[in-house]
Write a protein that binds this ligand. Structure first.
Ligand code: AMP
Length: 541
């Protein structure tokens, strides 16, 4: 017997329709590339998104075709999020920090028809445009007055003119909820980036789950500032979640330094933010150096790489901002786990709670996860047994865009992360499988060793990599960036490990560097460091 409830498809456009009808006056504030602050409401945003839908149709874009963006977080990008996906085309957000060759590869692979870009990226677009096979129209996201006078891009179009030429008399089409809505490529530190094609259904289900109190905890009372870029896995879903919840949205545009972010947090009363640890480092450094306080921020989501416990302490103990440590990946839309407390954690002391919060957390409903050993056998949730982490669920990738091979193993997606799960279901990542250090056949987790170094007051950033060793095969080498003006010797730092890990886990050596390479999504590029130190001779060798 069938149920008798309405069969309403789960569509991205329904989020915007909801925000327009029920939170129409809610504000969206953007720091623009133009340098000023722009304000609009969900009602205005929805009307402009409908014009965008008509504008791309006028450019010849059909349902299912890809439309690229190279843009910061801002209201125009948000209009494209909804105008493109809502009309049945596929929004393809590109990471402008990638190498131009990769950008060309990705644009060609995705067969983008139109490329929208912020003026910041004009030189990049000019450089790649002659090499692109499929892009027919280039659109600069500004008004006519600010259009570049002598661009090398033929037929460069003006966003405001394009949108202004349409009216907003448009009805969002009914679509198959399994149709593609957006496309995002993995950062591809090895080999070519791979495309992950989200559907309307996967996006809606992810949005519903990610907004929950034990996930990102978003409500109509919130003012959300996504620092995580809209080109990094859809800003972790926040542009969708904000519409669902009716939250005020604040977009930082290109201003991602500590000072610009802090000023925007305070001016707009931001209550919730989200970003990778490297961005928060800049913000914390600014706030601490200038003796500032967050007057409205209540919580911040930290993910993308492990949140060092020292950062947790800084936010919570010094600034009273609760940290939500989250884990996910492009292949997971991205949310998988959040370190939200259970009832039993409520009575715990600060330090005991921090231990729980330092894990990557427990799954949000919709995602299931397990760890398996080398032969694919599931390992117990005992907080000890570590192995490869696998996931499955309705917002987990089943196949990469245009690839034949099914990446799943017995129906599970192998994440490439090495992890353990405790009896309460809290998962802790010890490494990327390719970053693991194998010493005498035993695994040493580089993230633990980095977290300890990061807790030292003189350390700004630390990466732990495997260095060759004649007896043990590999041993940990710690690469460290000191804080400006701070003094710290190799011996002092190695002594700092005493009692914090088993002696044989202590790094064999420390090298101090001026900078650690950071990739396009703000993660340390350990493969670069491994290459740099591939001939490094350890003193113990
Ligand atoms: P991306 O697809 O670029 O978002 O990268 C996903 C990968 O980032 C994951 O497979 C993890 O290796 C890493 N990652 C994401 N969040 C965390 C976290 N909270 N702790 C440790 N690693 C993380």
């Amino acid at each position: 017997m069938q149920g008798q409830m309405m069969d309403v498809p789960l569509l991205v456009s329904s989020l915007l329709v909801h925000a327009e009808r029920h939170h129409g006056e809610q504000e969206i504030v953007s720091r623009r590339v133009e340098g000023d602050i722009h304000r609009c409401t969900y009602r205005e945003l929805a009307a402009r998104a409908r014009r965008v839908a008509k504008a791309i149709a006028a450019l010849g874009v059909q349902q299912g075709q890809r439309v690229g963006t190279l843009a910061w977080n801002g209201y125009r990008h948000m209009e494209l999020y909804y105008g493109v996906s809502g009309s049945g085309a596929v929004l393809h957000t590109l990471n402008p920090r990638l190498h131009p060759d990769q950008i060309v590869y990705i644009l060609d692979h995705a067969e983008d028809q139109v490329l929208f870009f912020d003026l910041t990226f004009l030189p990049l677009v000019e450089a790649v445009a002659p090499r692109l096979a499929t892009v027919k129209h280039f659109v600069a996201m500004v008004d006519r007055e600010r259009m570049p006078a002598d661009s090398r891009i033929p037929n460069l179009r003006c966003y405001e003119e394009l949108v202004g030429a349409q009216d907003d008399d448009y009805a969002w089409p009914g679509l198959d909820e399994r149709a593609a809505s957006s496309l995002c490529y993995t950062s591809g530190t090895t080999g070519n980036p791979k495309g992950v094609l989200y559907s309307h259904r996967s996006t809606l289900l992810h949005t519903l789950a990610a907004a929950l109190p034990d996930a990102l905890d978003c409500s109509a009372g919130d003012t959300i500032l996504p620092v995580v870029p809209m080109f990094h896995v859809n800003a972790w879903g926040l542009p969708y979640i904000a519409c669902l919840a009716g939250s005020k949205l604040v977009f930082p545009g290109p201003g991602l330094d500590g000072k610009s972010l802090y000023e925007l947090f305070e001016a707009e009363g931001v209550t919730l933010s989200a970003g990778v640890p490297t961005v928060w480092q800049g913000l914390l450094a600014y706030v601490d150096a200038n003796d500032k306080r967050f007057s409205t921020m209540r919580r911040t989501v930290i993910g993308g790489s492990a949140c060092p416990p020292a950062m947790l302490r800084a936010f919570q103990q010094r600034h009273g901002v609760q940290v939500l440590h989250a884990w996910g990946m492009t292949e997971m839309s991205p949310l998988g786990t959040v370190a939200a407390p259970k009832r039993k954690h409520m009575e715990l002391s600060g330090e005991e709670r921090l231990a729980m919060q330092s894990t990557q957390g427990r799954v949000v409903f919709g995602v299931d996860m397990r760890v398996v050993d080398g032969s694919g056998r599931e390992l117990p949730h005992d907080g000890q047994s570590s192995g490869e982490l696998q996931v499955r669920g309705p917002w987990v990738v089943s196949r990469y865009f245009k690839e034949e091979r099914d990446p799943r193993v017995d129906g599970w997606f192998p994440t490439g992360d090495v992890a353990k799960i405790d009896p309460d279901g809290y998962m802790q990542i010890t490494d990327r499988s390719k970053d693991v250090i194998k010493s005498g056949g035993e695994w040493i987790g580089s993230i633990d060793l980095e977290n300890i170094a990061m807790a030292h007051p003189a350390v700004a950033m630390a990466a732990c990599i495997a260095a060759r060793h004649p007896k043990w095969d590999e041993r940990p080498l710690l690469v460290v960036m000191r804080k400006p003006g701070a003094e710290l010797t190799r011996e002092e730092l190695l002594a700092f490990y005493k009692g914090k890990v088993a002696d044989w886990w202590t790094p064999d050596d420390v090298v101090f560097v001026d900078s650690i390479p950071i990739g396009a999504t703000g993660k340390m590029l350990k493969n670069r460091l491994r290459e740099q130190f591939k001939d490094y001779r350890l003193p113990t060798a």
